[in-house]
Write a new protein. Structure first.
Length: 274
């Protein structure tokens, strides 16, 4: 007799013989999104989620047991209903920024855009708001030497409008545009193995690094550099590809711009030498 096991998270399904499912199996791990979910055979009563987890077993094809890997727990942010908003946000920030390898290794490949988008928007908007706030404060205090700089031309109302509306919209649009470009580069080097959503989850949770901008003066420099490092580590872990492929994907635009500059400069030099 065969049963159909369906992942409740991504709805991936597979029919499998009951004989291939261990009698003690209570959990399955979806090979598509890597989420752990409870399984119930027709002749068995439903097993409570507080029961024992199948030790060192997961299912290949959503139902077949294999002694391969453990379940992916996902980001604390995605379980904030039981942990609280601020604590889950802090835990996700700390893990993404200071332990990116283990964080993205345990992150679900799929599960929807809503949760990572919410986290990325919140962290990115707050970080970039402070990135604008500190220069304005320093300029108003006479600490910056360029009085005619862009920040000096902003009035109080325009600054407030920029902080509250423009920055969140830019962060929101920027995450999708940046992900699209980055995933295209990964596909060129055959590194986007788990799809666009996996890349987006890395980009969204890497926005945690933008909170370094809460530190004045050097915060913006740290945030930008740290975010790229987090993304490189995250893409390597979530797509399961080598660091070399990921780094090449990041360097492709530089190679392209360099080749374009050379293609323009060399004919001009030859022309001027004549």
């Amino acid at each position: 007799m065969t049963v159909e096991l369906v992942c409740p998270f991504c709805h991936f399904s597979k029919r499998i013989s009951e004989k291939r499912i261990p009698a003690s199996a209570k959990w399955a791990i979806c090979p598509n999104c890597r989420q752990k979910f409870e399984i119930t055979l027709p002749e068995n009563e439903p097993v409570s989620t507080s029961g024992g987890v199948l030790p060192e077993q997961e299912t290949s094809g959503t139902g077949q047991a294999s002694g391969a890997s453990s379940a992916h727990t996902g980001a604390p942010w995605e379980h904030r209903s039981g942990k609280g908003f601020f604590w889950s946000f802090y835990q996700t920030f700390r893990a993404a920024v200071f332990s990116p390898a283990s964080f993205f290794k345990e992150l679900n490949v799929k599960g929807g855009f809503k949760e990572p988008l919410a986290f990325g928007l919140l962290a990115g908007a707050v970080g970039n708001m402070f990135g604008l706030f500190w220069p304005v404060m320093m300029l108003s205090g006479g600490l910056l030497p360029f009085e005619t700089a862009f920040f000096g031309q902003l009035g109080g109302g325009l600054i407030f409008f920029t902080l509250v509306l423009v920055i969140p919209l830019c962060v929101l649009a920027g995450m999708f545009v940046y992900t699209a470009i980055l995933h295209l580069l990964l596909l060129i080097v055959r590194g986007g193995t788990h799809g666009f959503e996996a890349t987006f989850r890395v980009v969204a949770y890497s926005q945690a690094a933008q909170l370094w901008q809460l530190a004045p003066v050097i915060g913006s420099w740290i945030a930008g550099t740290w975010q790229i490092v987090v993304q490189i580590i995250g893409l390597r872990e979530i797509h399961g590809v080598s660091y070399l492929r990921v780094v090449i994907a990041f360097l492709l635009p530089i190679f392209f711009l360099g080749a374009l500059a050379a293609a323009v400069a060399i004919p001009m030099l030859i022309l001027f030498q004549k």
